[in-house]
Design a protein around this ligand. Structure first.
Ligand code: ADP
Length: 224
């Protein structure tokens, strides 16, 4: 049986985490857990968690660590042994990263790699400002308004273009600020553990994907 992959995908808002998560899911047997997406679904269904999350999402603020750790713990406990995981949007704070270390030890699922997608702030703001979600065709996926071909494809297939409420300019800036303050310190946490791999996110989705695959394949190869 192939070794399941246990990946953490990091990067500022706009770096393309959800796009890369989708490409990796098509290639490897793994479950993608995108915390932002999970929270938006809970909010849409008006569950208890969703009602709590709404206020945080609207401000671009982080939910309490305990809530997020409980959510991820519950999902990872249910994962079939042969399936790996890819975390997109978790951990986002040091306490979350520490909780994940403990959990992965307990479940005997050591992290394969932490992939950090690097992007300039200017490009992040440009991408997020023009981002729309194509909804109504399975899992929502991002398209950029300047990319006419994918906009047309979404509409032609019967999808709708929806702007995430937190992709408004003031909230974008708050999310970038929160990333710098709360999440960037995690890079050092993982660097110290030899798990961090930085990849430029400026290239095309396919180029970035290939760079990630190269890291993962090297990590899977038995050490000489
Ligand atoms: P992005 O990375 O593009 O900002 P996400 O879709 O990953 O967007 O997350 C959207 C929002 O969901 C965050 O701004 C935050 O409010 C909440 N959120 C997601 N993951 C976490 C987490 N691990 N801890 C706390 N809040 C989170």
């Amino acid at each position: 049986m192939a070794t399941p992959l246990h990946i953490v995908l990091m990067g500022a808002p706009g770096a393309g985490k959800s796009t890369q998560a989708r490409l990796l899911k098509a290639r490897y047997p793994l479950q993608v857990l995108s915390t932002g997406q999970l929270l938006r679904e809970e909010a849409a269904r008006q569950t208890a968690l969703g009602l709590l999350a709404e206020a945080y999402l609207a401000r671009g603020a982080l939910l309490p660590d305990e809530v997020m750790v409980a959510l991820i713990t519950e999902r990872l406990l249910r994962l079939p042994p042969e399936q790996g995981f890819l975390l997109d949007g978790f951990p986002r704070t040091l306490p979350q990263a520490e909780a994940l270390q403990q959990l992965s030890e307990k479940l005997q699922r050591p992290l394969t790699a932490v992939i950090a997608l690097a992007l300039s702030e200017q490009e992040a703001v440009r991408r997020l400002g023009g981002r729309r979600m194509c909804e109504g065709l399975g899992d929502p996926f991002p398209v950029h308004i300047e990319d006419r071909a994918s906009v047309d494809a979404c509409l032609r297939l019967g999808g709708r273009l929806v702007q995430r409420p937190d992709d408004q300019p003031e909230v974008i800036l708050e999310r970038l600020r929160t990333y710098e303050a709360e999440t960037r310190p995690l890079l050092e946490f993982y660097e110290q553990r030899g798990l961090l791999f930085r990849i430029s996110a400026e290239g095309s989705p396919e180029q970035v994907h290939q760079a990630i695959v190269a890291v993962l394949e090297a990590r899977l190869r038995p050490q000489a």
